[in-house]
Ligand binder design. Structure first.
Ligand code: SF4
Length: 176
């Protein structure tokens, strides 16, 4: 499993985010591994096509931090409820989880699955509309600061993601 750097937390360094060229290289390399090894290597950010997009918000998983805050994803530190005060079922029905449920998939292009990294307008809207509070106790930050940080990345990645999707659709994945 390959994970991508997530620029979460007020002191997160955006220069560590992969460039479109680096991300495309990873996309191709993982697919080469699959073609040559008897194992399904996974790329967390480039393989949403195999799971139908973002899996967070209880669609396939959720995250509970050390304090008990129930968060949609291990990378999304915004929450309305704490597991010490609510049942898991009610947590799944809490406002930000319902916003995830209504919003998924956040993009038709499975190379742009995330409401924070590739579609930050969604996270910004969901957090504000649901009144979810920040649950990052080490580096707390407003959702606007986080989404302002990921917006240039999202815009930069879009042309490459769209090109890769088109070439994948036309069936030339192996020779890309
Ligand atoms: S919120 Fe983003 S990082 Fe978390 S599961 Fe969804 S797409 Fe992946």
């Amino acid at each position: 499993m390959v994970l991508h750097y997530m620029p979460v937390g007020s002191d997160a360094a955006t220069e560590l985010l992969p460039t479109p060229e680096q991300r495309e290289k990873m996309y191709r390399r993982i697919r080469e591994f699959r073609g040559s090894k008897p194992i399904f290597s996974m790329d967390f950010q480039n393989d949403a096509e195999y799971v139908g997009g973002c899996i967070a918000g209880g669609r396939r998983y959720l995250h509970i931090n050390a304090k008990g805050d129930v968060e949609p994803c291990v990378f999304i530190h915004y929450s309305n409820v704490n597991i010490h005060d609510t049942s898991l079922l009610d947590a799944l029905k809490s406002p930000i989880f319902m916003a995830y449920h209504k919003g998924q998939p956040f993009n038709d292009n499975m190379l742009r699955p995330c409401p924070m990294l590739e579609n930050p307008e969604y996270l910004r809207k969901m957090v504000k509309e649901t009144g979810a509070v920040n649950t990052d106790y080490q580096s707390p930050e407003e959702v606007d600061a986080l989404c302002d940080r990921t917006t240039p990345y999202a815009e930069n990645w879009k042309p490459t993601a769209d090109r890769l999707r088109e070439s994948s659709k036309s069936g030339c994945r192996k020779g890309e």
